[in-house]
Each structure stands twice: as structure tokens, then as C-alpha cells.
Design a protein around this ligand. Sequence first.
Ligand SMILES: *Cc1c(COP(=O)(O)O)cnc(C)c1O
Length: 368
Amino acid sequence: MSALNFNKRVHNFCAGPATMPTAVLQKAKHDLLNWHNSGSSVMEISHRSADFIAIAQKAEQDLRKLMHIPDNYRVLFLQGGASLQFSSIVMNLLHGVADYLDTGIWSKKAITEALRYEQAGLGTINVVATAKDSNYTRIPDVATWQLSDNADYFHYCPNETIQGLAMFDLPTVNAPIVADMSSCILSMPIDVSKFGLIYAGAQKNIGPAGLTLVIVRDDLLGKANLICPNTQNYQNQALNDSMLNTPPTFAWYLSGLVFEWLLEQGGVHAIYQQNLEKARRLYACIDNSDFYHNPVDKNYRSIMNIPFTLSDSSLDKVFLEQAAQNGLLNLKGHKAVGGMRASIYNAMDLTAIDDLVSFMQHFECQRV
Ligand SMILES: *Cc1c(COP(=O)(O)O)cnc(C)c1O
């Protein structure tokens, strides 16, 4: 049993697996034992059954609607998390050189993984620039990027979940753009046609862990290296509707419910307006006080993950304790950055932000 007892749902600011819309969980609960009078749970039926294929196709159609995904893109529902994609991308796409932008812990992990394939002789990994010099508080000036002439792809992470550093402008590069959107997919409108490949673990801004989305342009299929495992081969998965082997059926179904919910909210544009307002209120609280601090350059602040420190870090523990007593959970920052972090994905509503801001203001008043 957890240390605190709640008889209702709390505001859960966890970075991932993260909070899900209550309406989605209620629907899943309703369907759990007997989905649509089929007499079985979704997790008990074959992925080859007509029932499950209908669920799978509906989820894909709704995602295509939400993101306006063009017809020349495949949507893959895979396993292994975003971390396995760090390898899959290389095995599917690298033949000469690949460019990588280092903007934080996640892009760095992608680079580290890619370098193993460089060592194995698959090609060259070129880091075009690093945000390290600013301690990951700003995106390096494009003019300084050391881009390759004929890169197979350019990899970057538009939203660094741990540092709270975001890049809103599309990189101006010639190579196909590969983006790790694990913590920002569906948070704001994007033009999918500008990307070669988008990938995301579902457990941040969609919901259930166990599912990894890959959205890949047709012309990038069929280029995999021989060492690429069958299940990681984009072409093979595309040809088999992501059912080369058993897909994560229940996570796929739950994601479909989240896509339906998002459409009911008015789609990505509507949720983006709410996300902007949520972030604005929380940053305003931080910036209007000398007690809280966020180091990220204002042009590059994430609207999904907002880290902040207290001016006196010896108060961190009591801040977290009192926040939890007020139903504000999982605000502890990543150990690499310290302090606090509020992850405020799509499923987090304005009330949660207002409750957090009130708590923060009250906590500050008690100390100064
Ligand atoms: C969480 C996260 C990952 C890792 O995701 P897994 O599904 O756990 O492998 C990768 N990239 C970003 C940006 C993330 O936020």
C-alpha cells in the first residue's frame, strides 16, 4: 500500500507512465470484462480476430484524423518503447552518415545507442551541435550546426522531457527529419509532411506503457540493414499492419480510447490552446516569485514538462510531502536535474494547474 491513502483520484504530475483521462479509464473499466457484448475482454481476444482488427483500424484512423497524417505515411503500433527505436532507426535507415542534434538526456541516449552501430561498422554518427554549453537551457544556434552533406536522416528530440527544453521550430535541414516525440506527440499541431519519421512511446502523452508509435514516410521503408530484426523492420511491419507478431493489444485499444477522447475535446488544436494556457499559468507562478526558478530560455520552454527548483533546496522534501498531502503527486524532479518537475500532458486539466499554483503560492508565503 502507498504511504498516503486517497479515496479519490489525485493530480498526478508523473513524467511517465503518466495520468490518463478519467473518462477513458471509466470506459475501459466498463468494457473490461465484456467488450461490446463479445463476452470477452479486449485483452483476451486474438489480434487476428475481426473484433480486434476493427479496434486497431479505428485507432489508426482516429490518429490519422487528429494529426492529419498524409496517405504516404504508414502508422506502426510497435513494442520496445522509444528506447528500442533509438536502435531501430539506425538499423532501418543508416547507410552512410546520420546527423544528430544533442539537446538533452533523451537525444543523448539516442546518440549513445546509435554510436554502437557506428562501432559495428554500419556508418557514421555525426553530432551536429550540442546544448551542453548552455547546460541544456537553449537550443544551439542553427548557424553553428555542423550538418553533413548527404545525411541518411537528421535526428532530434523536440521536447526534452527531463530538462524541459523544447524546440518549436522545424529544423532547416535537407535530410529526412526523424523526431522523438515521446513527450510531445499530440500536444500541438504539427505538419507531419515535413517529417521522415516520428516516433513516441505511448506512456507520456497518450497513456498506457507498452506501445510505441512510429509514423514513417513510404520512401523510407525497405532500406533496412541485414542485421535488423524482423520485428524492428519498418517495411515488414507496414506490410503486416503491425501484426508481424502479437502486438500490445490492450495498450493499442486504450490508446484508441484516448484518440477518441481527444477528438471529443476538439482535436489537437483545441488541446493545444489548453496546453498553452496551462503552461502559461505555471511559468507565471514560477517567474513571478524569487522562491521558484526555471532556468530554461523563454523561447525554448517546454509546455509539457516544467522543471523548477526552490531557492532553498533543503525545503524540497517538505514541499513534496505537503504537495502529496494536498493530492499533488509525483512532482519530484529527475535526479539529473534535481528540484521539481510538473509533467502536464494533455490529460491534465486546468484545475490541476490552478491547484498546483495555489499550493505553490501558499507554500512560498509560509516560508518568506
Ligand atoms: C520517456 C522518453 C523516452 C524513453 O521511452 P521508453 O518508452 O521508456 O523507451 C525516450 N524519449 C523521450 C523524449 C522520452 O520522454
